[in-house]
Write a protein of this length. Structure first.
Length: 126
């Protein structure tokens, strides 16, 4: 399924939200999923599996643009990026498979727990 639902006026907010996600992803290196997925599931009532997949599709070009911006400022270690990417491809395939095997509620809870753990690690790492 390419499109989840028929056109809704709420979708007019997507370009603005994309701007915010792009900024936050490039600014923090978070990729934007921490913003995009909750917005889609809470405000657009998108099922979590579709929100995750849509977030991945949207953040790919956003991440590439952000990486290019950092590359121009000589802030990119391409070797690190390529090593993460090579291993990340296999992790992404596994994650996509598992995300489609669990319920929407289990995926929401998993995302919430992951978000809390990352927030605590970031806070304590200061």
């Amino acid at each position: 399924m390419i499109f989840h639902s028929t056109f809704e006026y709420a979708y007019l907010w997507l370009p603005f939200l994309g701007l915010i996600v792009g900024f936050l992803g490039s600014f923090t290196g978070g990729g934007g999923g921490f913003v995009f997925i909750p917005l889609l599931t809470i405000f657009f009532k998108t099922p979590p599996q579709i929100a995750v997949a849509s977030s991945l599709a949207a953040t790919l070009p956003i991440c590439l643009a952000g990486a290019y911006g950092h590359y121009k400022k000589k802030n990119l270690d391409l070797r690190i990026g390529l090593i993460f990417a090579a291993a990340g491809i296999f992790g992404a395939l596994l994650g996509a498979r598992i995300a489609n095997m669990i319920t929407a509620k289990q995926l929401r809870v998993s995302f919430g727990i992951y978000s809390i753990i990352i927030a605590v690690i970031m806070y304590l790492g200061q």
